[in-house]
Design a protein around this ligand. Structure first.
Ligand code: SF4
Length: 428
């Protein structure tokens, strides 16, 4: 048989082994009253188990190994954390474990107690041929209820992990939600490729400086393009020349140092995604909306949230430019619906969740989930792969759950910790 210790944990946890006439390897009767609580940290594998061995009821820990000799290999006899192990559960008993006081460790061997059909399903799942994910032959046949309930759990897991980064940044910003939101929003304006320079730009240009010039659009644009490092050269067009003049004055006034211009990437990008276009959109948003995070908290309907981004009009200079001094065919550079939706998904939903979690206000967590349910699912290779297996992402809620599933479960074959895997294994 080929399996990992995780499978043994799984069998023990759900009592999936043959349980008639259980005995220790020394021949004492074993009755399992409670298998205990699974411990995924260091220390014994299950805590607070209750096991009757012979006539004695024991309460304590249970340790599992593929072979009983692993006890010695892992030096458990010398580790105080293992002194309260009341039962050693092993697949194979290849040598007795003798404790410091000379007693033999009570050991339960499961070698002949694992049902063949369970093992075969496990083996097919984890070690079978696959092109996309281990359960690709079965996931499409799973009932909707199991799948959608599992989606909710892993989506919350994903949001909790991501909100930890928000809370760390909030601490660095001395509890200032507006500033933290502004920094994350800027990073998401970079849409992965330019996330780093966008984030550096926001951190180098705090909102209190922008707020001082909020009534002067040209100065806001100058601060943003100048801090991004795009106003270092000599220009022909009047608009960038004006921006440059403004920035030279403002950067001296606030002692600003621009970010390194080389960090911005243009290669292999559609011109509409050029960082210069994204910066123009970001500047327009800053001009339009002060205290943006407070607005996000206040606005309840999704259409109005979408409008916060889709209604933003960039400077008309960009109507026929993608970069300074390079005229191009006329095309709108205002933010498209799909880009606006991505910002809602990656920033607004995350911040509503983080704010609700941090302040223990379920209302905002619910709004975050509702927002994700209302946004369309993303399009990428992972979502397309699941689609080809019959699992459709009907919303951003589900596409985000599928990304979490693939990246943190399927890729690591954590099928025993996944509701889909559990269902497949337990199907008779
Ligand atoms: S982790 Fe879950 S969804 Fe992914 S392959 Fe395993 S059983 Fe399937």
């Amino acid at each position: 048989m080929l399996f990992t210790e995780d499978f043994l944990h799984y069998i023990w946890k759900f009592r999936l082994f043959e349980r008639t006439d259980l005995q220790t390897t020394a021949g004492e009767a074993v009755e399992i009253l409670a298998t205990g609580t699974h411990n995924t940290d260091s220390g014994p594998d299950f805590g607070n188990a209750r096991i009757k061995i012979g006539d004695t009821l024991w309460a304590g820990n249970v340790e599992l190994h593929l072979s009983s000799s692993d006890w010695g290999k892992h030096n458990h006899s010398k580790d105080q954390a293992y002194y309260n192990v009341v039962l050693h559960v092993v697949y194979r008993d290849d040598e007795p474990v003798i404790l410091a006081d000379g007693r033999q460790m009570p050991t339960l061997e499961l070698k002949d107690r694992i049902p063949d059909d369970l093992y075969n399903r496990y083996h097919n799942l984890v070690y079978g041929n696959q092109t996309v994910i281990p359960c690709e032959a079965s996931i499409g046949k799973l009932d909707e209820f199991t799948l959608r309930t599992w989606f909710t759990r892993i989506l919350i897991e994903r949001l909790e992990k991501k909100s930890a980064a928000v809370i760390t940044a909030l601490g660095l910003n001395r509890g200032d939600w507006e500033e933290t939101f502004y920094q994350f929003l800027a990073a998401n304006f970079g849409f992965k490729t330019n996330a780093v320079p966008f984030e550096l730009l926001a951190k180098s240009l705090p909102q209190n400086i922008l707020a001082k010039h909020k009534n002067n659009t040209l100065q806001i644009e100058a601060l943003i393009f100048g801090q991004a490092g795009f106003l270092n050269e000599d220009f022909t067009d009047e608009y960038p020349r004006k921006l440059k003049t403004e920035y030279e004055f403002l950067s001296r006034k606030f002692n600003l140092k621009p970010v390194d211009n080389h960090l911005w990437k243009f290669m292999r990008m559609r011109p509409l995604n050029f960082p210069t276009v994204r910066l123009a959109q970001f500047a327009a948003l800053v001009v339009n909306s002060s205290h943006l995070f407070s607005k996000v908290l206040d606005i309840k309907d999704i259409k109005s949230l979408q409008k916060l981004f889709s209604d933003v009009k960039v400077n008309t200079y960009w109507d026929d430019h993608y970069q300074f001094d390079k005229p191009s065919k006329s095309a709108s550079k205002n933010m498209g619906q799909s880009s606006a939706d991505l910002l809602l998904l990656n920033t607004l939903a995350l911040f509503l969740f983080s704010y609700g979690k941090h302040n223990q206000q379920q209302y905002y967590i619910d709004r975050s989930l509702k927002l994700l349910e209302s946004l369309p699912g993303e399009n990428n290779n992972i979502i397309a792969d699941f689609d080809s297996l019959g699992v459709k992402a009907n919303s951003a809620f589900e596409s985000q759950a599928l990304l979490e599933l693939k990246n943190y479960y399927c890729n690591y074959k954590k099928c025993l910790q996944c509701s889909v895997g559990n269902k497949i294994l337990k199907l008779a």
